[in-house]
Design a protein around this ligand. Structure first.
Ligand SMILES: C[S@@+](CC[C@H](N)C(=O)[O-])C[C@H]1O[C@@H](n2cnc3c(N)ncnc32)[C@H](O)[C@@H]1O
Length: 288
């Protein structure tokens, strides 16, 4: 039997019901975003054209997306893009989805940078999709940046994002194990290292636990192993007048503070996230 073609509103409702029935949070919103992506339109178009009939092939593609979302794959990974700060970035299974909390890094760099844009040299340690570095390069036109990551696949995503953002000539990316072998010095260093304690990973939502790379999450037994490594490198590669901004886990400040002092660094400011947790620390060299 041939099924009749369905309208936008009918398809949207079936998608929502399927997501709702398996407990996906924000079922209506996700169904709408996925249908908008399939139709290559925005959400307003869906609302204004509820009775428009959808081609069978596109309906099939939409329900394949719904199936993936029912398996808790994040919408961003299904549609292959994620909004961060002022840009839209390519994401896939090789990179962490850039998080709203990490926008604090951008805000604090904007607050602390006193150099003219063209003179700014930025290093992003553990760059992933490159979203943080590229957002900063967009904020400071003419600045230059290096993004490093242990994952070659992540570096390829970051390179593609620099191309899409028109920042190829400002941004370089390299596969590196932390900053091992890095000789240059930078005005600004940013890092959002993996800081989830290993035992906590299994308690995270399936969207994170199953679809963000383990390399991007795992911070070792107490969660701060990688933060400590990054802090050890900073005095060697930060210019005297420069500053670094590091993202940390919600309860990690006491552990991290000790490491900051033992690495000849001082805290300039601690930024809290929207839930009121210490999330982002600005540090500079002692005695500068
Ligand atoms: C929490 S993710 C942050 C990604 C991106 N900066 C963001 O905020 O969306 C941490 C990143 O550190 C990278 N990483 C893990 N171990 C590393 C290492 N030994 N050297 C360099 N990068 C590493 C991971 O591949 C991952 O991309």
């Amino acid at each position: 039997m041939l099924h009749k073609n369905s309208s936008i509103i009918e398809t949207l409702n079936i998608g929502t019901e399927k997501l709702f029935s398996v407990g996906v949070p924000g079922a209506r919103r996700d169904s709408r975003i996925l249908l908008a992506k399939v139709l290559n339109k925005n959400s307003e178009y869906l609302i204004s054209n509820p009775n428009l009939i959808i081609e069978k092939q596109l309906e099939g593609l939409f329900f394949s997306y719904i199936k993936r979302r029912c398996n808790r794959e994040p919408v961003s990974k299904i549609i292959g893009e994620k909004l961060f700060w002022k840009g839209n970035f390519l994401v896939n299974s090789d990179v962490l989805d850039p998080r709203p909390d990490s926008e604090l890094i951008i805000e604090s760099v904007i607050k602390y940078n006193k150099l003219p844009s063209k003179e700014v040299k930025i290093l992003d340690i553990g760059t992933g999709s490159g979203a943080l570095l590229l957002s900063l390069l967009n904020e400071f036109p003419g600045s230059r940046g290096l993004g490093i990551d242990k994952s070659l696949n992540a570096i390829n995503v970051a390179k593609e994002n620099s191309f899409r953002q028109g920042l190829c000539s400002n941004a370089n990316f390299a596969v590196m194990d932390w900053c091992e072998g890095l000789k240059a010095k930078f005005d600004i260093i940013i890092s959002n290292p993996p800081y989830i304690p290993t035992a906590e990973i299994k308690t995270l939502s399936p969207e994170v636990r199953l679809f963000d790379p383990e390399l991007a999450l795992n911070g070792g037994s107490d969660g701060v192993k990688n933060i400590e490594i990054v802090l050890q490198f900073i005095p060697k590669i930060l210019k005297k007048s420069g500053f670094a901004v590091i993202e940390i886990g919600h309860n990690q400040l006491p552990l991290v503070e000790k490491k900051i002092m033992s690495n000849r660094l001082k805290i300039n400011e601690i930024f809290r996230d929207l839930s009121g947790f210490d999330r982002c620390i600005v540090v500079s060299l002692v005695g500068k």
